[in-house]
Design a protein around this ligand. Structure first.
Ligand code: BF8
Length: 622
């Protein structure tokens, strides 16, 4: 019963029972051991920004300190802490984008150890956006200039970043008016760190505005660069069928999990797993093949582009190892639990770290370098194959569940499904068959029942004729329950059902990894510009029902800054300041045309989003 409350996913129930049987701990156990979590931290009123502290502000009206040693109030401390979260999240996404720019550069220079430019069409489009000439030039020449141009965006000291101009004119004007039209993301992040240093910016509103500015540089900069350059290098996703959940692991094959975020690594592991020599080695060791599966957002990347099955979302990473069927879990950066070191030590599983930026206790470090990408990937896969002989078949427990899904809905793929233009979608929105669009995204969090918020929020939205686009761990949750099949249209309201059936698409469209939320921005911007309105005028809403990472804080901030009302399912650490809480949940409306709401109940959250969408429809005269 206790286990049932932890997740709605039967594979989680089965594997948590297995963990108990083996005496192994998971994130859920560590979460319980942590309770009660620190109240000061939860409220955001703990400050460690200098060594006169740590200070914490008492939440009680008549007792305890109301100011830190420097005199900072709860409002200042909460605002500073929040924007430092944005800085970290924006840094993570954008450094991922930078790595992709680096890979493009190496590839253009002929030094990419196995990479090539797969989407020339997108290369041409981006080149045009950057005013790079393409006439009579090779794709490598164009890519060289493009890599230089996007590289320069990160450190841009003055003036706007290019992709931010994809936003409708009205939005850009608003950003300029508020002084939050961002420069390069590196500069905005540094400025957050500067302003939150002891004795610099002590105005909560001014601090939050800088947080928004950095987040916009992430969403319309670092993340968008990550998405676009990934498409150039690895191909823009197209509708592809695959499978989701732990049942994608195979009892008779070498199982390799790619986990983390950057497709530079996962793409090469997938390629190496098809190497004839390694397949022969696997056969020699008695395995029927090499089965690469994904976890988290790098899993989404190879799912979207190659139909590589996805084993699960964030909270399933330990459970995948506990199956005893994994020869190697290969990681790069972000959302990788350091707990994997101890855990893999209890099995034959090799835990392989590859990024110089991310080392883990108990991991074998095999550093990945783009110039020898294929060769290194091949050696990593070889190690995994050789490890098959140490698998203990008696210890293997693989859940049966694996569910079919149709994924790969990049902006381009959505346009193609619509017959080449957004017009049919706009018509359906105008007619009311589709009430509006919701972006539901984000992580898992053991504070709430795993996948419960994700799945129920999405189901409630489609039942009310709201088309859902999704990324990240929400997308994986939806795939696991069959919401990403065209047949799921049966669960949609009458209007949406007919639209999905006539187009042959699911009512929940997988748009990719977390950096691909930039695809959602691009779609919203295109729709708003087509209608001659701002994004904040559209019948659109966002949600992150089970978010936990700092990246999610940056995402929520740029989504709201782009004019999209956003509902959070877990509470951000801001409640210690009434001023900041009010600014984010009400004050932002006037300033930026959108707000945050916090609603842990997914059914209530859906109602908030639907009534927002209805208000926007009414205002547009629909
Ligand atoms: O990159 S993998 S837990 S942070 S949602 Fe959240 Fe999932 Fe992480 Fe976004 Ni993607």
């Amino acid at each position: 019963d206790k286990i049932l409350k932890k997740s709605i996913d039967p594979t989680v129930h089965q594997m948590l029972a297995r963990a108990q049987e083996l005496g192994l701990e998971t994130a859920w156990d560590r979460y319980e051991a942590m309770l009660p979590e620190c109240g000061f931290g939860e409220l955001g009123v703990c400050c460690r920004n200098c060594n006169m502290g740590p200070c914490r502000i008492s939440p009680f009206e008549d007792a305890g300190p109301k100011r830190g040693v420097c005199g900072a109030t709860a409002d200042i401390i909460v605002a500073r802490n929040l924007i430092r979260m944005i800085a970290a999240g924006a840094a993570a996404h954008s450094d991922h984008g930078r790595d992709l720019a680096h890979t493009l550069l190496m590839t253009a220079e002929g030094k990419g150890g196995g990479y090539e430019i797969r989407d020339e069409q997108k290369l041409q489009t981006l080149a045009a956006e950057y005013n790079i000439s393409t006439e009579g030039r090779s794709k490598e020449e164009i890519a060289l200039d493009l890599a230089g141009a996007v590289y320069a965006e990160f450190g841009k000291q003055e003036g706007p970043i290019r992709f931010s101009r994809r936003a409708p004119r009205k939005r850009v004007d608003l950003w300029q008016k508020l002084g939050i039209d961002p420069r390069g993301v590196d500069r905005e992040i540094v400025e957050i760190m500067h302003r939150t240093h002891i004795g610099v910016d002590n105005d909560p509103v001014n601090l939050i505005l800088q947080g928004l500015r950095a987040s916009i540089a992430d969403g319309w900069g670092g993340s968008m660069i990550a998405t676009e350059i990934s498409d150039v290098l690895f191909g823009t996703p197209k509708p592809t069928r695959s499978l989701a959940n732990l049942g994608v692991l195979k009892a008779d094959e070498v199982n390799i999990i790619v986990h983390g975020h950057e497709p530079t690594l996962s793409e090469m592991i997938v390629a190496a797993s098809r190497d004839a020599e390694l397949l022969a080695l696997a056969a020699k060791l008695g395995a029927k093949g090499i089965n690469v599966v994904g976890l988290c957002c790098t899993g989404n990347e190879v799912l979207m582009r190659h139909g590589i099955p996805i084993a699960g979302n964030f909270l399933q990473q330990e459970l995948a190892v506990i199956t005893g069927a994994v020869e190697a879990i290969i990681v790069d950066v972000q959302c990788i639990m350091p707990a994997l070191g101890n855990l893999t030590g209890c099995f034959h599983t090799k835990f392989i770290s590859t990024s110089p930026k991310a080392k883990f206790p108990g991991a074998i470090h095999i550093e990945f370098h783009e110039d020898q990408a294929y060769d290194i990937a091949k050696e990593i896969v070889r190690g995994a194959v050789e490890n098959y002989r140490w698998r203990k078949p008696g210890q293997v427990v693989i859940p049966d569940e694996k569910v079919e899904c149709l994924v790969g809905f990049s902006t381009e793929a959505i346009l193609a499904a619509l017959g080449g233009s957004l017009e049919p979608l706009l018509e359906q929105i105008k007619s009311g068959a589709i009430k509006g669009l919701a972006g539901v995204v984000g992580c898992n969090n053991p504070k709430v029942q795993h996948d419960f918020g994700h799945v129920n929020l999405v189901k409630e939205l489609i039942r009310n004729n709201v088309l859902v686009v999704t990324t990240g761990c929400n997308a994986i949750a939806c795939a696991k329950v069959g919401l990403m099949l065209p047949e799921a249209a049966a669960q949609a309201g009458d209007g949406l059902k007919v639209v999905c059936q006539s187009l042959g698409i699911p009512p929940v469209l997988h748009m990719g990894s977390c950096v691909d939320i930039s695809r959602i921005l691009t779609v919203c911007a295109a729709v708003a510009s087509a209608l001659g309105v701002d994004i904040s005028d559209l019948p659109v809403a966002g949600a992150a029902p089970e978010w936990m990472s700092e990246k999610a804080v940056s995402i929520g901030s740029y989504v709201v800054s782009s004019g999209i009302f956003t509902v959070l399912g877990t509470v951000p650490p801001v409640l210690g300041s009434t001023a900041v809480t009010e600014l984010l949940t009400t004050g932002a409306k006037e300033a930026i045309g959108a707000t945050f709401a916090v609603e842990p109940d997914p059914f209530q959250a859906a109602q908030l989003m639907i009534s927002h969408i209805e208000d926007k429809r009414a205002a547009l005269g629909l």
